[in-house]
Design a protein around this ligand. Structure first.
Ligand SMILES: Cc1ncc(C[n+]2csc(CCOP(=O)(O)OP(=O)(O)O)c2C)c(N)n1
Ligand code: SF4
Ligand SMILES: [Mg+2]
Length: 301
């Protein structure tokens, strides 16, 4: 298994080159660029409709790997079909990777994802989570965090909180499918690549969820993508952990979390969140962090 220790170990070769139509500083694009460094050109990327769908538009593509775009509902089923076809041809080496957003993963494509994970198909599923239905104008998804403002959960006189629902715990749900499930961050590329490298070697389904900072939807300066990604981890908004055979391992442990305010204040989607909303969000984060610390190294699901 290919193992990376420092940033210097990251392959120089890029399979995601110039000519992308995504926003400057787009986190999900950076994620795909990194992922292809370890997956390589012998990869079929199965994409569910979302922002990334606009990367390859015939006859142009910034990608040096194969790409299948399909409906939001069924990226997982398409990937399973591709895997079976390759297996029948005796091609075990080609990677089949789903690259889908949170709306496609948590919401519209959840049924097919669950079925394919339950069958433990040999697929790597990467959910790039920008915490909204981004491509259609930043609407609420079940991955949207409490207190964040979206087009369909706007702040107003009657609802100063914006999003009042608490986001779904998708990594736990996938861990409960008894597959490999992990979080990843653009601020920790070595960890992300090692998780992918491991997933590549596994004889079964792997689910990796990457926090995909979204400059347009989260409303921040594009230069801050990595800083915001790092703060998400340090503030406990995006804990780094993995679940394998139901056992939880915390990959980045901190004796103390930074206050969530440090993450919030850089983004327009939290502007005007009242203090009681910030406090409630901090409680939710602390509870989740305490749960992860408690189960670290033990059966979690
Ligand atoms: C069944 C269905 N409903 C709605 C749409 C319209 N649609 C296209 S992209 C998109 C957003 C998908 O959100 P997400 O999966 O989070 O990806 P992102 O746009 O954030 O990259 C939606 C709703 C669609 N293509 N199919
Ligand atoms: S809207 Fe967000 S996810 Fe979509 S291309 Fe722009 S930065 Fe990337
Ligand atoms: Mg999204």
């Amino acid at each position: 298994m290919q193992q990376f220790k420092t940033l210097k170990d990251l392959p120089e070769q890029d399979y995601f080159t110039g000519g992308s139509s995504a926003c400057a500083g787009c986190g999900p694009s950076m994620g795909l660029k990194l992922a292809l460094k370890v997956l390589g050109p012998e990869t079929i990327i199965v994409n569910a409709s979302g922002c990334m769908t606009l990367l390859p538009l015939y006859p142009n593509t910034p990608l040096k790997a194969s790409w299948i775009h399909n409906a939001i509902e069924n990226a997982s089923s398409t990937a399973a079909g591709a895997r079976h076809g390759l297996d029948m041809l005796g091609n075990k080496d080609m990677n089949v990777v789903v690259y889908a957003g949170d709306g496609a993963t948590y919401d519209i494509g959840l049924a097919s994802l669950s079925a394919v994970a339950a069958k433990n198909e040999r697929i790597i599923y990467i959910c790039y989570n920008n915490q909204s239905f981004g491509n259609t104008g930043f609407q609420w998804s079940t991955a949207t965090p409490y207190g964040s403002e979206t087009k369909t959960t706007p702040r107003g006189k009657n609802n100063p909180t914006g999003t009042t629902a608490v986001n779904k715990d998708m990594v736990k749900i996938m861990g409960a499918h008894r597959v490999y499930a992990a979080t990843a961050s653009l601020a920790y590329p070595v960890d992300f690549l090692n998780k992918l490298s491991r997933a590549k070697e596994r004889d079964g389904f792997s689910y990796i969820e990457l926090l995909g900072a979204c400059t347009a939807g989260w409303n921040y300066d594009p230069r801050l993508t990595i800083r915001i990604s790092k703060l998400a981890v340090r503030c406990g908004m995006w804990p780094m952990y993995e679940i394998e055979n139901g056992i939880l391992t915390l990959n980045k442990d901190f004796s103390e979390l930074k206050p969530i305010d440090e993450f919030l204040k850089l983004q327009g989607r939290y502007r005007a969140l009242p203090q009681d909303g910030v406090d409630r969000l901090q409680v939710l984060i602390n509870e989740h962090w305490a749960e992860l610390k408690e189960y670290n190294g033990q059966r979690y699901v």
